[in-house]
Ligand binder design. Structure first.
Ligand SMILES: C[S@@+](CC[C@H](N)C(=O)[O-])C[C@H]1O[C@@H](n2cnc3c(N)ncnc32)[C@H](O)[C@@H]1O
Length: 262
């Protein structure tokens, strides 16, 4: 079972992972995709499971006001520390809470944008979580949801680890192990999430792939080479919304809009 302690005890590994080129690329891509849909600042933004603030702080630097909710005390402490270091602490508010309590924390729709990036895979009750995440959104507000694309597990096992048994056996697996947080995560496809978003009155606006090729390049060392990294970034930015590449990326990003009518 994944709990706040799962994340509290993995903070050092998480911090280290943020400097890896493929993770830097993840934040660049998500920001570029979001930018296509985002109105001008200042917006009221809710970052659900916002972790150490890697999404929230760049948005605060652009002039937005961000509320970060996370159940991990250590993640929140790191986000607070980063906000002070970047001089944006006055644009951020922090709540230590489970995402299930969002409708209680924010009984009225308040936010122009809700982010839920790399969180949903740790949540066992998908429809309840999606309802809770969408509830604080204002009519017409945007949701950005990122999660791991289960299809990419097959390619990683077969192409990187040459483990064809693993690739075959896990085709329909519901859960898979992740070393960063030493826990299992739930595999939700975009096709499962889109109807859950519609049920929460948030139909889809955009479907993007994050890292369409990066995770299938075996040689990780090359990704630290600035020239290679620049070319990789340029290619990934070109593939992120291109069929069929985005369907096979390591992560997907769904942008949805809360319906206007009551
Ligand atoms: C992989 S990290 C992602 C952090 C951030 N969104 C990002 O992409 O950089 C997942 C975060 O979700 C938080 N989290 C997971 N389940 C949660 C829940 N049920 N309620 C609140 N926070 C949760 C964890 O504490 C952790 O900080």
């Amino acid at each position: 079972l994944t709990t706040a302690d799962t994340f509290n005890t993995s903070i050092a590994r998480w911090r280290q992972s943020l400097n890896e080129p493929w993770n830097r690329l993840r934040y660049t891509l998500y920001q570029a995709n979001l930018k296509r849909h985002l109105p001008a600042p200042p917006l009221q933004i809710l970052d659900v499971g916002g972790g150490s603030g890697s999404d929230a702080i760049p948005l605060a630097l652009q002039g937005h006001t961000v509320t970060l909710v996370d159940y991990s005390e250590k993640m929140l402490a790191e986000a607070h520390h980063q906000a002070i270091a970047q001089n944006v602490a006055d644009r951020l508010t922090f709540y230590q809470a489970d995402l299930a309590s969002l409708p209680t924390l924010f009984p009225q729709p308040t936010f122009d944008l809700v982010l839920c990036h790399n969180v949903i895979q740790y949540v066992p009750d998908l429809p309840a979580a999606i309802q809770a995440i969408c509830a604080p959104l204002l009519p017409g507000g945007l949701l950005s949801l990122i999660s791991i694309n289960p299809y990419s597990d097959t390619f990683q096992a077969a192409l990187l680890r040459l483990d064809l048994d693993e690739a075959h056996q896990n085709l329909d697996a519901r859960e898979i192990y992740t070393p960063v947080f030493d826990t299992t995560l739930r595999r939700y496809t975009a096709e499962e999430l889109i109807p859950a978003l519609e049920a929460a009155r948030c139909p889809l606006l955009g479907h993007y792939g994050i890292r369409c090729v990066t995770d299938y390049i075996y040689d990780n060392e090359r990704k630290y080479d600035p020239e290679f990294y620049d070319k990789l970034q340029r290619l990934e930015l070109a593939l992120t919304d291109r069929y069929p590449y985005y369907l096979l990326a390591r992560l997907f990003q769904l942008i949805a809009r809360k319906v206007q009518s009551p």
